[in-house]
Design a protein around this ligand. Structure first.
Ligand code: C2E
Ligand code: MG
Ligand code: MG
Ligand code: MG
Length: 267
C-alpha cells in the first residue's frame, strides 16, 4: 500500500516535470525561430508626471506574436529564455529596435526625456557588457543619459557583486538605473545605499488596492519618503484609476505608469 502510494506520487511529479520540460523546449525552439525571422516586436508605455500628465519617458516592452499560438506574454517566455541562455539575443533585439525608434522620435522632435529598457540578470554578466552598451548608444547618436536600465529588485539583491561593477561603470558615464518591481519580497534595503540608483518603481501589487487598504498607503508613503531622503525618484507602476492617482499625489508620489495614462502600444 505504502509503496503504491509513493509510486503514484512519483509518477505525478514526473508528469509535471515532463510538462515543464516540454514547455521549455517548445518555447525555446519557437523563440529561436522568432529571433531568426524578426518575429519579436517592441511596444512602448509612457512614464508620466502624475500632476500634469506629461510623458517623461517610454518603457520598451518586448512582444512576441506566434504564428499559431498568438501572443505569448514576456512573463512566460523571458524566464524560459533566461534558463536557455538566450536572453542576450532577446535583449539585443529589443535594444536594437528601441534604440532605432528612439533615434527616429528624436529626429522628429517628439522623443520624451528617456527610454527605459528591462535588463535580465545574465545580460549584465557578460564581460564588457557596459562598454558594448555605450558603443551601441553612440552608434545611434544617443547619449548615455537617454537610456534607463530597469533592473528588478531581485536581481539587484541576489547578484549584487556581479552587477555592481558594470552598473557603476555605466552610471559614471551617465546611464540611469531604475529598480523595477520594488518592494516585492526582499527585506534588504542596504543595496540602496551601495548601488547607484536613480529611480524606484513601486510594484503594481502596492498600487492595485491602494484605495481600499490604508496599510498600502502607509507603505507607499514610506517608500516616497525613502526616495526623497536618498535623492531617488519614485514612480508608481500599474496606475489604473483616477482615485489611485489622487492617493499617490496625496502622499507625494510624482511619477506613474499604467493603463490610466496609456497601455503599452506599438511606436
Ligand atoms: P515590468 O518591467 O514590471 O513591466 C510592467 C508590466 O506591467 C508590463 O507587462 C506592462 O504591460 C504591465 N502594465 C503596465 N501598466 C499596467 C496597469 O496599469 N495594469 C496592469 N495590470 N498591468 C500593467 P508585460 O509587458 O507583460 O511585461 C511583463 C514583464 O516581463 C516586465 O515587467 C518585465 O519584467 C519583463 N519584460 C518585458 N519586456 C522585457 C524585455 O525586453 N527584456 C526583459 N529582460 N524583460 C522584459
Ligand atoms: Mg520594467
Ligand atoms: Mg515592474
Ligand atoms: Mg513587474
Amino acid at each position: 500500500q505504502q509503496s503504491k502510494r509513493t509510486a503514484s506520487r512519483c509518477q505525478f511529479f514526473s508528469r509535471e516535470l515532463t510538462e515543464q520540460a516540454r514547455e521549455q523546449v517548445y518555447l525555446t525552439t519557437e523563440l529561436r525561430r522568432a529571433l531568426d525571422s524578426g518575429g519579436l516586436a517592441v511596444h512602448y508605455q509612457p512614464q508620466v508626471d502624475l500632476r500634469s500628465g506629461e510623458w517623461l519617458g517610454y518603457e520598451a516592452l518586448v512582444r512576441w506574436h506566434h504564428p499559431k499560438d498568438g501572443w505569448i506574454s514576456p512573463g512566460r517566455f523571458i524566464p524560459a529564455a533566461e534558463r536557455a541562455g538566450m536572453i542576450h539575443h532577446v535583449g539585443e533585439q529589443v535594444l536594437e529596435q528601441a534604440g532605432r525608434q528612439f533615434r527616429q522620435w528624436r529626429d522628429e522632435g517628439v522623443a520624451p526625456e528617456w527610454l527605459a529598457v528591462n535588463i535580465a540578470a545574465p545580460q549584465m554578466e557578460t564581460p564588457g557588457w557596459g562598454e558594448q552598451l555605450l558603443a551601441f548608444l553612440n552608434r545611434f547618436g544617443l547619449a548615455p543619459e537617454d537610456l534607463e536600465l530597469e533592473i528588478t529588485e531581485r536581481l539587484l539583491v541576489e547578484r549584487r557583486t556581479e552587477v555592481a561593477t558594470e552598473l557603476a561603470y555605466l552610471r559614471r558615464h551617465g546611464v540611469r538605473v531604475a529598480v523595477d518591481d520594488f518592494g516585492t519580497g526582499y527585506s534588504s534595503l542596504n543595496y540602496l545605499t551601495e548601488l547607484p540608483v536613480d529611480r524606484i518603481k513601486i510594484d503594481r501589487a502596492f498600487i492595485a488596492d491602494l484605495t481600499e487598504d490604508p496599510r498600502k498607503v502607509a507603505v507607499v508613503e514610506a517608500i516616497v519618503t525613502l526616495g526623497q531622503r536618498l535623492g531617488i525618484a519614485v514612480l508608481a507602476e500599474g496606475v489604473e484609476t483616477e482615485a489611485q492617482r489622487q492617493v499617490l499625489l496625496d502622499v507625494g508620489c510624482r511619477q506613474g505608469q499604467g493603463f490610466l495614462f496609456a497601455r503599452p502600444a506599438p511606436a
